[in-house]
Design a protein around this ligand. Structure first.
Ligand code: TYM
Length: 323
């Protein structure tokens, strides 16, 4: 039997190339060899998006993105989190065995707290809901970017604690993080992230993508000067699109001098457009048939619910609420 893979993305904004290379590409590459469940974490997104139209539009957009990127609904169980409410029941059980200091160590909470943002109970509890997502589906492996590593470790710790209290109930999931793409940099060199406003949208228009690429921060070396590719934010992004040979040629041109940053940006822009064009075309086809997309999510939810219902039954038995 194949191992069970599970992962998800929050519909909290537009998918960017960090999401693609850090996560979605792995979902697609692994769909043939794993029993895969990929979902849209819409309940998580409510911690930031509290506007009905925006949330609904974002959910559909992530579904379109998944399909356009190559997730095959005949191989992967695709659904939205809110269609499987057993996950929120499990999150409650986890709430009752998890301490406040444990959650206070979560980086998502610490970041928000440091920025003096008012932290909602939902945001504080975010890692618990994520643990429930993973554990209710009996996932063995969770492909994510480096920023989600701690959350998967939380899921393991919570599973262990539950198993200690109530007896063996959950498998311990493993994060899968590909080193080279674990932190895809944004146009300012920091981790690409919606909250830093340094993203390149995966399905932006040509103009949007061009604008982002032209914003990439560089030093002020002149075209004729020799440049160090290893500290160049443009070069870091070329790595996502070029093969080893092409990268070596570009590296030589950086070192030799004669290649301006503008030319390197123009090349990168072209690489991105060439790369996404087939996915864009696929996305347009699905956009014309949103009912089909809704049906795919509905069918996926049915499958995810079968697993979640049988798991929650065992959990209730173990907890003692089944009398
Ligand atoms: P989210 O929506 O913030 O990000 C989705 C995925 O994209 C990865 N990622 C990156 N990878 C590399 N470089 C980057 N710059 C970059 N930015 C984002 C993230 O690591 C993630 O894998 N909490 C999750 C969603 C979630 C989930 C789950 C994931 C909810 N329940 C259960 C796995 C299992 C999140 O907010 O990801």
């Amino acid at each position: 039997m194949n191992k069970r893979l599970l992962s998800g993305i929050q519909p909290s904004g537009t998918i960017h190339i960090g999401n693609y290379f850090g996560a979605i590409k792995q979902f697609v590459d692994m769909q043939d060899n794993y029993d895969s469940t990929i979902f849209i974490a819409d309940l998580h997104a409510i911690t930031t998006i509290q506007n009905k139209e925006e949330l609904s539009a974002n959910i559909l957009n992530v579904a379109l993105d998944y399909l356009a990127c190559g997730l095959n609904p005949n191989k992967v169980c695709l659904f939205k989190q809110s269609d499987v409410p057993e996950v929120t029941e499990l999150a409650w059980y986890f709430n009752c065995i998890t301490t406040m200091p444990f959650l206070e160590r979560a980086t998502s909470y610490k970041d928000a707290h440091m920025k003096a943002k008012e932290v909602t109970v939902g945001l504080f509890d975010y890692p618990i809901l994520m643990a429930a997502d993973i554990l209710i589906q009996d996932a063995d492996i969770v492909p994510v970017g480096a920023d989600q590593k701690q959350h998967v470790e939380y899921a393991r710790d919570i599973a262990l604690k539950f198993n200690n209290i109530y007896g063996d109930t959950f498998k311990l999931p493993e994060p899968l993080i590909l080193k080279e793409v674990s932190i895809v940099p944004g146009v300012d060199g920091r981790k690409m992230s919606k909250s830093y406003k340094n993203t390149i949208p995966l399905f932006g228009t040509d103009e949007e993508i061009k604008k982002c690429v032209m914003k990439i921060v560089t030093d002020s070396k002149l075209p004729e000067e020799s440049k160090n590719p290893d500290v160049c934010n443009i070069f870091a992004l070329h790595k996502l699109f070029l093969n080893e040979n092409e990268l070596n040629l570009l590296r030589d041109r950086y070192i030799k001098g004669g290649l301006g940053y503008k030319e390197s940006k123009d090349m990168l822009y072209k690489e991105i457009i060439d790369f996404i064009t087939p996915m864009r075309n696929k996305r347009e086809l699905y956009e014309k048939d949103l009912d089909k997309v809704r049906l795919i999510l509905k069918e996926g939810a049915k499958k995810a619910k079968i697993i979640a219902e049988s798991k929650i039954k065992i959990i209730r038995d173990n907890i003692g609420t089944n009398i």
